[in-house]
Ligand binder design. Sequence first.
Ligand SMILES: [Zn+2]
Length: 361
Amino acid sequence: MMRFLNKKLFRYLSAFLFFNSAILPVKSSSALAAWEIKTNGVLELRTKTNTNLNAYFQKANQIYGDRFWVDFPGELKTPRTIKGNGPIKEIRLGKPNNGKTRLVIEFREKTGLTPLTWRMVGLDQNRWRIQLFSPKYSFKKIGEGVVQKSRKNIKAKKTSGYMRKRVYDKLQLPNVKQNKFLVVIDPGHGGPDPGAIGIGGLKETDVVLEVSKIVEKLLSEKGVKVKLTRKNEVDLDLSQRVSFSNNADADIFVSIHANASRGKRRDINGLETFYFRGWRGRLLAKRIQKQILRVSPGSPDRGVKQGRFYVIKNTKMPAVLVEIGFLTGRLDARRLEKTAHRKRLAYAIAKGILEYLSKAG
Ligand SMILES: [Zn+2]
């Protein structure tokens, strides 16, 4: 479906585009899915289907250069600024008010823009394009996400290929004796207790539950019996987790958590694994820590440490508590919100566990 918008831009602060009628509820996530400014000066956008966009242009003033911006329904998670090049000074993604997302493109001085000729074109139900400046400028493309569907598929395939190579080869899981071991995996928190809340409202309970379920699957495929202390969002206190594991007579206990820093400092990232006592606990912690670091390049190694956490102190078997990153850290949070990274962490934890079982189990 091709749709063209013929209305021209006014010189000052004029809405020139009102499309489709569906307006998302205030609390929904941003309708902006991806954007890219191409070398030929075309801005392309991908949005949720049936999004109502408003676009504006404002001439330079004492503070800002010429600015073009588009408002989208739905709230942006992480406001950010991206450095421009060529005729573009910078790109800002912000939330002008609750429930909104704004993409601002600020131009350098004397770029000879002709906003009166600009037209936003709807390419299909969720793609848009507008020519902002002439291809004569030398400009390196800038964008976030994948604007075109077809390219998205190609990229998705590439990513899974990368995953296969990186994860399935490099982290090939060791074999252990079939049906010999029972591992209890304890996804931290749950139910009314979401655990740590990170950047963009990322919840510890969600992250650790998904990771735990993947660990369960991977270990099961290796002939290891696995029990999860919880499989959904239920309220489970610490003593229940301990008695569950002790009654099951598990060989090892692994509690999975994600961290938050005091004051939600975005510069604090890293991974750490705790044990309470014994060389077995320490060995298990070391194996897991080593593997999770391998799939988290750049994230600091906070080490293997002794910790007095209730669940590792009161379980009878070798027990560890692993912190798979900081939900409040810029680097870690960006990864932890993605299923691909959760899978990598799950592989790493499973590998650490299997290495331990094959040696000390
Ligand atoms: Zn926790």
